[in-house]
Design a protein around this ligand. Structure first.
Ligand code: CMX
Length: 434
């Protein structure tokens, strides 16, 4: 058994016992109540699922196993000469609740590299799609095409004991994470670079190699990718992509089926697709205003026009956060350090000064501040990565780390089939004497 799996096995034994006791002794303890607004309004704030890999505070933002993003930047191992944490380290932390050593992270990079070979049939499945198929659709098709390799599905078919679910879920998750950059880079090169593919480099870390296979050799870009893949990895369990993976996984669908489902949730414009929408909106802004250096007044008018046409300002607002997203701040700090005099980055910063005031003035918007998607596109464009309808795939590759670590835990803890109760409008009317 490999070192990470052994640590996971040991910790899971302890946690499973703990959870069993919690459930046995305290299952009747009331934690939360639900109001009519929450039932009608997308179940906001209802505490109703278990998710240990990260936790989101409305004011402070995300913490991964208790660590904030600046803490992770200080504590997680970096690539040689690199400035940003390696996402491998974050996966290790999320899975076994321990900051890994440099050696452990090197082992994981190497392990993923060994597991990264993708069958030809997967590339054929991608190639069967027309070239104008959205990259997120290509991505989910690729994940589904790999599902025939699921060890969980094969062992379940043979009649595996439920005590072994965690083991095969771990194997599937490790294999899937290892292969995602390969298929994701294939989709990018096929769609935007005439199918001129770049081979994987087993000497590089997971994020650095992904950057190289995409076609970006610049060291700062590799660092950006490591940061990007770290900060997008997890955002507790209630967001649409994570929740979907958890829900689908609760039926004992394997890691491939569950992740593909979650990626379809990420592909929605109110969720992960917002990262492409932001840069598309900024490009349209530049085109309409005829300048890459718009004034704040010009920006204000453009924002008001967007709102007046019944559209959202992409990259702003959040279902949970009530302050600027620390993932936005981390990207802003990266730009301040490594990017000088970039008009698009400047527009993102100017928008940060004017959008909150306008959205805040409307009254109904609970969070007028930028989220993670407000900044990411401008950084990518700076390094020449302008094909914005690919951006959500980058988000998806990263999100796999968190949701698959959590899925391993779901099976290790033996969590139940998810099945909340729905109610009818007639029932609601009766309850409130409407
Ligand atoms: N621009 C315009 N209107 C907005 C808005 C924005 N950025 N954010 C919220 N609103 C509106 C909502 O559409 C809603 O309007 P209606 O009452 O007319 O339906 C109202 O304000 C209240 O919404 P809310 O309670 O503040 O926000 P929600 O929890 O319902 O929605 C979110 C959250 C993210 C979907 C919303 O803020 C939004 O649409 N933002 C723009 C899209 C975006 O950036 N999504 C990415 C989120 C991060 C991620 O998942 O990647």
């Amino acid at each position: 058994m490999d070192q990470l799996k052994e640590k996971f096995r040991k910790l899971a034994e302890v946690k499973k016992e703990e959870l069993k006791r919690l459930n046995k002794e305290f299952s009747e303890v009331q934690i939360d109540t639900v109001n009519v607004g929450q039932i009608i309004g997308g179940m906001r704030g209802i505490e109703a699922m278990l998710w240990d890999t990260s936790s989101l505070d409305a004011d402070e933002g995300i913490r991964f196993r208790g660590y904030s993003i600046p803490e992770l930047q200080a504590k997680l191992p970096k690539a040689e000469g690199g400035t940003e944490p390696l996402p491998e380290g974050l996966f290790w932390l999320m899975l076994v609740d321990e900051i890994p050593t440099e050696e452990e992270v090197k082992w994981l990079s190497n392990e993923w590299s060994k597991r990264s070979i993708v069958n030809d049939s997967v590339f054929k499945a991608i190639d069967a799609l027309s070239i104008d198929t959205h990259p997120m659709t290509q991505f989910t098709v690729a994940i589904m095409a790999m599902q025939s390799n699921s060890i969980f599905a094969a062992k379940y078919d043979e009649g595996m004991s439920k005590n072994d679910y965690w083991d095969v879920m771990y194997e599937d998750s490790m294999n899937l994470i290892a292969k995602l950059p390969v298929v994701a880079a294939y989709i990018y090169r096929r769609t935007f670079h005439a199918g001129k593919h770049i081979p994987s480099d087993s000497n590089l870390d997971w994020g650095g190699n992904y950057a190289k296979m995409l076609g970006y050799e610049n060291e700062d870009f590799k660092n950006l990718m490591r940061l990007y893949l770290t900060i997008h990895a997890d955002h507790e369990g209630g967001n649409a992509s994570a929740h979907t993976v958890h829900l689908v996984g609760s039926t004992l669908s394997d890691a491939y089926l569950s992740l593909a489902a979650g990626m379809n949730a990420l592909a929605g414009p109110l969720h992960g697709l917002a990262n492409q929408e932001v840069i598309k909106w900024i490009f349209e802004l530049i085109e309409e205003l005829g300048t890459t250096k718009p004034s704040k007044d010009q920006l204000r008018k453009y924002i008001n026009d967007t709102l007046a046409s019944g559209k959202v300002v992409p990259g702003y607002g959040h279902a949970v956060l009530r302050k600027p997203d620390p993932r936005f701040t981390a990207q802003k700090l990266f730009a301040e350090q490594f990017i000088k005099n970039d008009d698009i980055v400047q527009i993102v910063w100017d928008l940060f000064e004017v959008v909150p005031e306008i959205l805040g003035g409307i009254g109904k918007i609970k969070n007028p501040w930028p989220n993670v998607d407000a900044h990411s596109g401008a950084l990518l464009v700076h390094y020449g990565f302008k094909e914005y309808n690919y951006y959500t795939v980058l988000f998806g590759v990263s999100r796999a780390l968190g949701v698959l670590a959590a899925l391993c835990w779901d099976r290790a803890l033996g969590l139940s089939l998810e099945r909340p109760k729905s109610v009818t409008t007639e029932y609601l009317k009766k309850v409130v004497n409407f």
